[in-house]
Design a binder for this molecule. Structure first.
Ligand code: AMP
Length: 283
């Protein structure tokens, strides 16, 4: 069954008001489209949690720090709607720029501290763009539950912080990273890789898994970095934006896995920036 595509706030409000009157709960899955099985796992989780599910598709210009990246970002609305058919979602909300940022729009939602590191340090303004659009989507959908992937772990923590700090009554639910058979984390940006670059990209996960095993056994991050760099370099990766171990909760930097931690990476492959993170459980 194909879900109605809703393009305006007014239409969305009319739908959600009806659901609210009937006492139904609402789940939202915010995406930028080019849907893959990672996104669809969030949709499945939403369907099993909330009475009504809205998938949003909006390529948010405010979270792109690079105009080329925004221009090249894959846009596949028709296929996305088709992929959502089997889930029976209640609405696909596809606002345009004017719906989200009408003439005169002048507000910015900015989460401090945890946005100065990792992707925040490399993508100026990115998390302000994310926090602003997600706050708007929470308010527009009046969702009780929102589903985000651990693939973008920093984003998940930023969104949790923002909702808590602004008293938005939504429960933010983190969902595990879905991977390709060879371990590469699914990402809409993988579509931008050539076959050759795509085949080599899985080395990132292999290197991270090996680092994760050594870290769980007590190794120091500093002792693992040169070997990791050499392997990434040999696989054709370019610049490493970061390869760091951090606390799961505060995202504070760690030298070894003495508390529940995550290994975070952002690495360039053939002009495409790939990010990943894995759980590192101390032995
Ligand atoms: P995006 O369309 O890339 O903005 O992603 C929309 C949502 O899907 C975000 O909450 C992402 O964290 C999540 N997501 C993206 N890739 C994956 C994946 N491989 N596994 C699980 N969730 C994902």
């Amino acid at each position: 069954m194909s879900a109605p595509i809703v393009r305006t706030r007014a239409e969305l409000r009319a739908m959600t008001a009806g659901w609210r009157r009937a006492g139904e709960t609402i789940g939202v899955v915010p995406t930028m489209g080019a849907l893959h099985d990672g996104h669809l796992s969030l949709v499945a989780r939403a369907k099993s949690t909330a009475d009504r599910v809205i998938v949003t598709i909006f390529v948010n210009p405010k979270q792109f720090n690079n105009p080329e990246d925004l221009k090249n970002y894959p846009r596949t609305e028709h296929e996305d709607a088709r992929k959502l058919e089997r889930f029976g979602v209640d609405a696909i909300y596809v606002p345009d720029g004017a719906q989200m940022y009408p003439e005169g729009f002048a507000t910015n939602v900015s989460v401090t501290r945890m946005t100065d590191i990792l992707c925040g340090a490399h993508r100026a303004g990115h998390f302000d763009g994310v926090a602003t659009v997600v706050a708007k989507l929470f308010l527009q959908t009046s969702a009780d539950f929102a589903f985000f992937g651990e693939k973008d772990f920093q984003q998940l923590q930023v969104v949790r912080r923002m909702a808590r700090d602004l008293d938005i009554p939504v429960e933010v639910i983190g969902c595990p990273t879905i991977r390709e058979i060879d371990g590469l984390a699914m990402s809409s940006r993988n579509l931008l890789l050539s076959d050759r670059a795509r085949a080599r990209a899985a080395t990132l996960y292999e290197v991270m898994e090996d680092m994760g095993d050594a870290l769980s056994a007590g190794a120091l991050v500093a002792d693992l970095l040169s070997d990791a760099r050499r392997r990434l370099d040999a696989a054709g990766f370019g610049e490493i934006d970061y390869l760091e171990l951090r606390r799961n909760d505060t995202l504070d930097l760690l030298e070894r896995a003495e508390v529940p931690a995550r290994l975070f990476a952002a690495v360039w492959m053939a002009g495409v920036r790939l990010i990943d993170n894995i759980d590192v459980t101390p032995a």
